[in-house]
Design a protein around this ligand. Structure first.
Ligand SMILES: *Cc1c(COP(=O)(O)O)cnc(C)c1O
Ligand code: SF4
Length: 345
């Protein structure tokens, strides 16, 4: 569960707000209640189709920067739908599970998920800047993955010895919710492993909190000997505004490859128009669409599901209207497969 955030940030006695990098201040100020979010958007509970429900295990969290991209007075805003807890989460949902990808079976060392050849995930933190209602890791037992120094050492030993491994993927939670000094330590330890060539970061933070791409982070990614790839996560064109373009530009200039993964979500982006606009908005920010994921069947998210035949129909209309480099691969994660299953056809 992604309920905690960096404890240092929440301790005014240790660090005053004035001393925090601006992104950490923004995170402290993130919207955390349904009432506050509705008020920001000039909405009443009665405007909503489903009652909004607070979930103690996976509560509402959304930075104001992202809220400002939502339409005021629009209960159907596609960004709002991604973050507002809905009563639909509690409906009975056969086949929707707590750990839909059986990731817990692929942890060869603490904090490591190694399912695919050549690349492995490092679960760096349980925290995220935003809580997405469709998240497949919303019931993940993150407490088990908080690494002590000894555990991190055994994770490193595993990564050094794993056959054919050359790429580490920082995942989470969201790895960019860690402060730069912590990331610097992790990256330095990994850069010492001779078998590794590539560091990939999967993060939604550059989209929901663009100020996170600060000078310190840019320096870290520029200076490591590893090739760097940042896979951001935007689902709708309205998420890509000038702030996001501005934040991503120096990463590109530093040689970081920028890709996007989106999740196909009913009521958010399940139309040709929305998906086309998303690809074009990403391109305007120098980001190429990489994956369009079919929803993982996680408990509480069934109302976002789009059937495969509808997804494939949408993908074909995309392919017919966009250059190939703006067409994401339509994929589903299937437990036991050697990679994501491509559904585009
Ligand atoms: C998605 C994923 C990866 C990365 O897969 P790519 O096809 O290389 O993007 C690696 N490990 C796990 C467990 C994943 O789910
Ligand atoms: S940012 Fe990613 S990991 Fe975090 S809640 Fe959203 S989808 Fe899940």
């Amino acid at each position: 569960m992604l309920t905690e955030f960096e404890p240092r940030v929440d301790s005014p006695t240790i660090i005053s707000t004035a001393a925090l990098p601006s992104w950490q201040t923004e995170l402290k100020d993130a919207v955390r209640s349904i009432a506050q979010l509705l008020e920001q958007l000039n909405l009443q509970e009665t405007d909503l189709d489903q009652p909004a429900l607070a979930d103690a295990d996976f509560p509402l969290r959304v930075p104001l920067s992202y809220v400002r991209r939502m339409g005021v007075g629009d209960p159907h805003d596609p960004l709002l739908r991604q973050v507002l807890p809905s009563g639909a989460e509690l409906d009975p949902q056969p086949g929707f599970l707590d750990d839909p990808l059986a990731e817990r079976e692929h942890a060869p060392a603490p904090g490591i998920v190694h399912k695919y050849s050549g690349r492995a995930l490092v679960i760096t933190t349980q925290a995220c800047a935003v809580h997405c209602r469709y998240c497949f890791r919303q019931h993940f037992p993150y407490a088990d993955n908080r690494l002590s120094p000894a555990q991190w050492q055994s994770a490193l030993d595993y990564l050094a010895s794993a056959e054919d491994l050359h790429e580490v993927i920082f995942s989470g939670g969201d790895p960019l919710s860690l402060p730069n000094d912590r990331l610097a330590d992790l990256i330095a330890d990994l850069a010492r492993l001779p078998n590794l060539t590539t560091l990939r970061i999967h993060s939604r933070t550059p989209i929901v909190l663009p100020s996170r791409i600060d000078a310190g982070l840019l320096r870290l990614l520029k200076e490591t000997r590893l090739k760097t790839v940042l896979v951001v996560h935007a689902n709708h064109a309205n998420e890509i505004n000038g702030e996001v373009q501005h934040a991503l530009a120096p990463l590109r200039q530093n040689g970081t490859l920028l890709l996007n993964q989106a999740v196909l979500l009913a009521g958010v982006n399940d139309s040709t128009e929305a998906l086309t606009a998303l690809s074009q908005a990403l391109f305007s920010a120098d980001v190429l669409p990489y994956y369009l994921h079919q929803l993982d069947p996680v408990r509480g998210a069934a109302h976002f599901d789009v059937p495969d035949d509808r997804a494939q129909q949408l993908w074909r209309t995309l392919q017919a209207s966009l250059p190939g480099y703006l067409v994401p691969r339509l994929v589903r994660e299937v437990p036991g497969d050697a990679g994501k299953r491509w559904l585009n056809q």
